[in-house]
Structure formats: C-alpha cells, structure tokens
Ligand binder design. Structure first.
Ligand SMILES: C[S@@+](CC[C@H](N)C(=O)[O-])C[C@H]1O[C@@H](n2cnc3c(N)ncnc32)[C@H](O)[C@@H]1O
Length: 226
C-alpha cells in the first residue's frame, strides 16, 4: 500500500493533520535532547518504518553521529532520500530496506530506537518490539509515536467523525488509492494504545515506561528504556 501512495504521502500527511504531525515529531526530538543532552553528537539512532524520513529529518537537528532508517517500502524511502539530499543530510541519515521484525543490525548498537506511526502497521507487533530492543544499547531509549484515541468530549466525537468520514474521503480523492485511508482509521481503532500498549512494552522487559498524550490524545508518545 505504501508503495502506491508514496508520491502523495507527505502532502496528505500534513494536509490531513493540519501540520500538527510536525509538532508531535518535535516532541520526540525533545525527549532525546532531555535524555542525552550531554552527548548528542555521539548518538547512534535507528528510525524504524522511516517512510519518507520525516522523523529522521526532525531528529537530525540534534546533530547526532548518525541516523539509520529502515523501511519495507523502497518507494517511500526514495521520496525521503530526495529530501535528505536536498537538505544536505546525505552523510548523516542512511536508509536501507529492512523489516522491523528482522532488523538488519547487530545487537546493542543504538542509543535511540524510534518509530513514528509505524508500529500499528507491523505484521507482528511483539517480534518488532523485541527486535527494536535487541538492537538498543543497554540504557538506550525507545520512543514510539502512534495515533491514539482522545477520550474527552467534544474532541472525541469530532475526531471520530473526522477520522471515519473526512480522512477516507480526502485520502481517496488525493491518493487515488481506495483502501489506504479507510485502512488508517481502522488500524488506529484496532491498535492497543495507552496502558495496554505499556503492558506490552513491559512484557518485552523494557523499563521506565511512560506515555505522553499529545493534542488531547490524538497521538501518544511512548517512552521506554532498555
Ligand atoms: C504511516 S508511515 C510512517 C512513516 C514515517 N515514520 C512518518 O513518521 O511519516 C508507515 C511506514 O511503515 C512502513 N512499514 C510497515 N510495516 C513495516 C515493517 N514491518 N517493517 C518496517 N517498515 C514497515 C511502511 O512501509 C511505511 O513507510
């Protein structure tokens, strides 16, 4: 699916979220800065399900040593590579094809392993999380940004209407893909967010678990350490 929508993905993302998705990615940047501000330039970071690289590009502002991005969709990464080249980040951000469930890196490799709007799409959620933990250094930070469910009125009702009616309509019109933007609200609804997701992270042996609800709960940033 992402192979087909890749050329329109960035536009639709920012258009349908009114650009708020950039604020959520900046929150990831802030958490990395808070945890590692004394040694940012030595950091090795992995961006899983990097797509068109927006999270990797946001985090590049911290000037880490290197950011690796993996994704199963070459077309998404092609779009991302063009952005990286045009921003002069070619030496800092390196993409390679790879699945979250079989991460093509050795264990204990990264200070930060992060994923934005990707875990919900994993074929096997627990294997993906296990792999993410495997490639993290002890003491490393895992950051997972994902859509969630606002729980207070009137945002909850507005969001339900927007995600079930408006997103599929505009998504279909602009991407010309029939399922892609009905799939989005369906996967968001099916994803075990909040405390349930924290319990899954705990099952993997991760520690110092936290969730930061963003924009009234439309998205949540989950933080954990190895
Ligand atoms: C919604 S996009 C998110 C892209 C990017 N992280 C962002 O913030 O815009 C989801 C991405 O996850 C990738 N993906 C889905 N399943 C994956 C898996 N099992 N392993 C690696 N990437 C995967 C898709 O190819 C797609 O590029």
């Amino acid at each position: 699916m992402f192979e087909e929508i890749a050329p329109r993905y960035d536009f639709l993302n920012h258009f349908l979220s009114f650009g708020i998705d950039n604020n959520w990615r900046r929150r990831v940047v802030r958490e990395i800065w808070k945890r590692f501000n004394e040694r940012l330039t030595s950091l090795r970071i992995l961006d899983v399900a990097t797509g068109t690289g927006d999270l990797a590009i946001a985090v590049s502002k911290l000037h880490p040593a290197r950011i690796d991005g993996i994704d199963i969709s070459p077309s998404m990464m092609e779009v991302g590579q063009r952005k990286i080249d045009s921003k002069g980040l070619t030496d800092m951000i390196l993409f390679r094809e790879g699945e979250a469930e079989r991460i093509p890196f050795e264990e204990n490799n990264f200070d930060v392993v992060m994923v934005a709007f990707g875990v919900r799409n994993f074929e096997e959620l627990k294997s993906g999380l296990k792999e993410m933990k495997r490639v993290m250094k002890p003491g490393g930070l895992m950051l997972i940004l994902e859509f969630s469910h606002p729980d207070s009125f009137p945002l909850k009702s507005l969001y339900t209407f927007y995600s079930r009616m408006i997103i599929p309509l505009f998504g279909k019109l602009i991407s010309k893909h029939h399922q892609a933007y009905t799939y989005l609200p369906e996967t968001v609804a099916a994803f075990p967010g909040g405390e349930t997701f924290l319990a899954i992270l705990q099952e993997q042996g991760l520690q110092k678990l936290r969730q930061i609800r963003l924009s009234g709960g439309i998205a949540t940033l989950y933080c954990a350490e190895k």
